[in-house]
Design a protein around this ligand. Sequence first.
Ligand SMILES: Nc1nc2c(c(=O)[nH]1)N(C=O)[C@@H](CNc1ccc(C(=O)N[C@@H](CCC(=O)O)C(=O)O)cc1)CN2
Ligand SMILES: Nc1nc2c(ncn2[C@@H]2O[C@H](COP(=O)(O)OP(=O)(O)OP(=O)(O)O)[C@@H](O)[C@H]2O)c(=O)[nH]1
Ligand SMILES: [Mg+2]
Length: 449
Amino acid sequence: MIYDTIAAIATPFGTSGLSIIRISGDEAIEKAAAIFKGKNLIKAKSHTVTYGHIIDHHKKVIDEVLVTVFKAPKTFTKEDVVEISCHGGILVTQKVLERILEQGIRLAEPGEFTKRAFINGRIDLAQSEAIMDLIHAKNVNAMKLAVSGLKGDLSKLINELREELLFLIAQIEVNIDYPEYDDATQMSVELIKPHVLNLIKKLNTLLDDANKGKLIRDGVKTAIVGKPNVGKSSLLNALLNEERAIVTDIEGTTRDTIEAQINIGGITLILMDTAGIRETKDIVEQIGVKRSKKAIDEAELIILVLDQSRQLSKEDLELLEQTKNKRRIVVGNKNDLTKAIDLDIHMLSLSALNRQGLSDLEHEITTTLGITDLEEKDFNYLSNVRHINKIKEAISSMNEVVNAIDLGLPIDMAEIDLKKAWQYLGEITGDYHPEDLLNELFSKFCLGK
Ligand SMILES: Nc1nc2c(c(=O)[nH]1)N(C=O)[C@@H](CNc1ccc(C(=O)N[C@@H](CCC(=O)O)C(=O)O)cc1)CN2
Ligand SMILES: Nc1nc2c(ncn2[C@@H]2O[C@H](COP(=O)(O)OP(=O)(O)OP(=O)(O)O)[C@@H](O)[C@H]2O)c(=O)[nH]1
Ligand SMILES: [Mg+2]
């Protein structure tokens, strides 16, 4: 026995029709059979369901259940797996679990079943993370992205790049080991550089795509900002098609940040309506203004609202300046009134009050984010921040390789950085894994997964 047998409730904690308790490990079937009254589970065929009862140590019935037996190695964890489907009451489920644990089975840690699926080689690390993404997907596209990750499409992409790196490393090795061996490809600097540059190009494409994938997976933090009374809350309500935030003609109506989610062009925007930014003596409003400034810092997209029926004020100009290097859309609200401003930058004109120009805004949002028409291939992207960071690390190692070549350093210096890049990519799929990385990753999973 390499690993002990583990058990956990795999369904949400709460009252429901049914609950599933999952057991995995060498002793799963035998220990389940010991607390089960019905046909002999030990003799059950793999992937079959048996009807019966879970009984306590006085042979009294705890619950009427269905038990599914999965025999190793063709199971989720590649170990013997038993699933007990019991009634969904909190108490019943808990009692059945306790009965299992009494048999000397250990309660699983969050993510431990999936961790075993990884360690036992059924899926790689990127696929395990895709399972978690699938569970937490915020919209249909995030779900498609996760499904593609789970199928292993991304892992395939990474593995191909690693193969190319390995090929280069091998060529250098041959050269170092047998410098006198004429037949070995002369890995001269001129020969290796184009390969390295080509790989950097591929990694950069992967990174660009991954940034898009991240928008799909995580949604986009979007702050609606502007000075008081320009119509930020009206715009939030118009986009949501719901009277979510309070709207009045009094400056300083919104005091605290209000968060709401909408789907635009297949991705989720996490909208934040903020307090109008101005100098104020009101202490509550001051705090609100501070939060608005924080929202500007944290947002991945800014919708800067101006009132186009009034001339620009000092606050408007400051906000235009503060947000100019961020991904932003400038909105000129209140276009139902006479226009009083003329900007030399692009401003999208609309009326939140009359709900006019909203589809233009939605279109502008998708173009600004670079997601006008999501196609099938867009669901084949890396999307998770951990993966993105590994790609970045790989790129910087590869840049070091180019540096070493350009400086005319010995080729084994370049090799060190090639190996680093190979390792970083391996950390994505888990082919290369420091132990603490695994522990941290799997601990973020749901219990029973
Ligand atoms: N009841 C139940 N539903 C579930 C799961 C589960 O574990 N239990 N899953 C858990 O996430 C998902 C399904 N994922 C699974 C993936 C692989 C195997 C499995 O047994 N794989 C074998 C092949 C089996 C066969 O071909 O017959 C293997 O890969 O060797 C099972 C479930 C979603 N639904
Ligand atoms: N004419 C016109 N009035 C609008 C429009 N949009 C908003 N308003 C009005 O402008 C006033 C302020 O609107 P809010 O949405 O509360 O403005 P805000 O930017 O959230 O203001 P603060 O929360 O105080 O920062 C209200 O009286 C709205 O009815 C518009 O498109 N046209
Ligand atoms: Mg407001």
